[in-house]
Design a protein around this ligand. Structure first.
Ligand SMILES: [Fe+2]
Ligand SMILES: [Fe+2]
Length: 385
């Protein structure tokens, strides 16, 4: 993202939209700084993202006194963020698409432009009395200049960025050029964010479908995957893992038993004791988990965390018999969360243990089945649940 913003700023520099790249306070540096602040846009809330868009533009348009960002949702323009206006008053201005900015040009257009309009007085035949009063209260009923630009995704307007200047001089040509380029760049970022959110939605739907597939096969594990995920995330929070580590751990915990799809329902739901052969078949489920998850692009880390959820700290686990630091830390968290939930849930062959009994077993297994550091934090976490 940083490279992109620098390239774009250089492009603007060449186009004479901005000048003197070496001076800290030039538009070049202001644009680079404004665009750099979008580097983590995928993890921002929508409101934070729109606030960054608006505030970034404010730094580039010196004549702007007030401004706001309207998002177009279900054919209605809704003010989401503003600078200089009381947001509660501004939010009374929710318009239908066709009536919104009756005197403005902001329909879907091929190229993104910045427009300037001087409003001597609003046409009061176009608005209700309530809207006129709100416009007057906000000071945008008459005698001001607005500089605005649509933000588009694939040629369709998704929002409108507006700046008001109450001084007769209005906006300079440079400000218009800068807003035009800024709106084009932001439309690009906005498109990326929309696509990323679509991808994320599909990803979550795939994960949910996989979890339901395990539960169809094994009636005793209903809700198990979600609880193991919740416990794992609660434990992980105490170890200050990064957001992306927690995200991978969360998905791995949710899908750790997906390989049980490959085990016959009769064995999974057998009420009595398992034979050695049957137990060995059950023990192959982490291998199936790995095979399934590895097929999904971008899941190799998640597949590895889930694959190792039956490894024991002292090397007596399966499928690889890894020990100590050889076992990924995230897998060790899933392992203790999985063990606690398995013990406190009813199974085909036994009744559920109480939380107290399960905690006693975890304590006994510290240093054997469980990593002492993780087990200690896990026990605190479980006793608070
Ligand atoms: Fe398992
Ligand atoms: Fe499990």
């Amino acid at each position: 993202m940083k490279d992109t913003s620098r390239k774009l700023a250089k492009f603007l520099y060449k186009k004479n939209v901005i000048c003197n790249a070496n001076n800290e306070n030039t538009n070049y540096n202001k644009i680079v700084r404004a665009l750099d602040s979008f580097s983590n846009m995928h993890t921002m809330s929508n409101k934070d993202f729109l606030e960054k868009i608006l505030m970034g533009a404010f730094k580039l348009i010196p004549e702007a006194e007030k401004g706001s960002f309207y998002e177009l949702v279900d054919d209605k323009y809704i003010p989401i963020v503003s600078n200089g206006y009381d947001i509660n008053t501004l939010q009374k201005l929710v318009f239908n698409r066709e009536e919104a900015f009756a005197d403005y040009k902001c329909s879907d257009i091929a190229s993104i432009q910045a427009y300037e309009i001087y409003i001597e007085e609003r046409d009061n035949t176009k608005f209700s009395e309530e809207i006129i009063n709100t416009l007057k209260e906000l000071g945008i009923y008459s005698k001001y200049t607005c500089l605005y630009a649509p933000i588009q995704v694939e040629g369709l307007t998704r929002g409108l960025i507006c700046f008001e200047c109450f001084n007769k001089t209005g906006f300079t040509k440079t400000s218009k050029k800068i807003l035009r380029f800024y709106a084009q760049i932001i439309s690009n970022f906005y498109t990326q964010k929309v696509l990323y959110e679509k991808e994320r939605k599909i990803y979550n739907e795939i994960v949910d479908a996989l979890v339901s597939a395990i539960e169809v096969n094994d009636k005793y594990t209903e809700g198990h995957a979600q609880r193991v995920r919740q416990y794992s995330c609660n434990i992980a929070e105490k170890f200050q893992l990064s957001k992306s580590q927690i995200s991978d751990l969360s998905t791995a915990a949710l899908l750790h038993d997906i390989g049980k799809i490959g085990i016959s329902t009769e064995i999974l739901n057998k009420p009595g004791k398992l034979t050695v052969d049957e137990y060995n078949i059950i023990k192959s489920h982490p291998i199936y988990t790995k095979r399934i998850l590895e097929k999904i692009s971008g899941f190799s880390t998640i597949a590895n965390f889930a694959y190792n959820h039956h490894e024991n700290y002292d090397g007596t686990g399966y499928p690889q018999g890894l020990k100590y630091d050889e076992i990924p830390f995230e897998s060790q968290i899933i392992q203790v969360a999985d063990a606690y939930d398995a013990m406190t849930s009813e199974r085909a062959y036994r009744k559920a243990l109480s939380s107290h009994e399960a905690l006693k077993i975890i304590k006994k297994e510290i240093g054997k089945q469980f990593n002492p550091k993780i087990a200690k934090v896990a026990m605190e976490t479980f006793s608070q649940i």
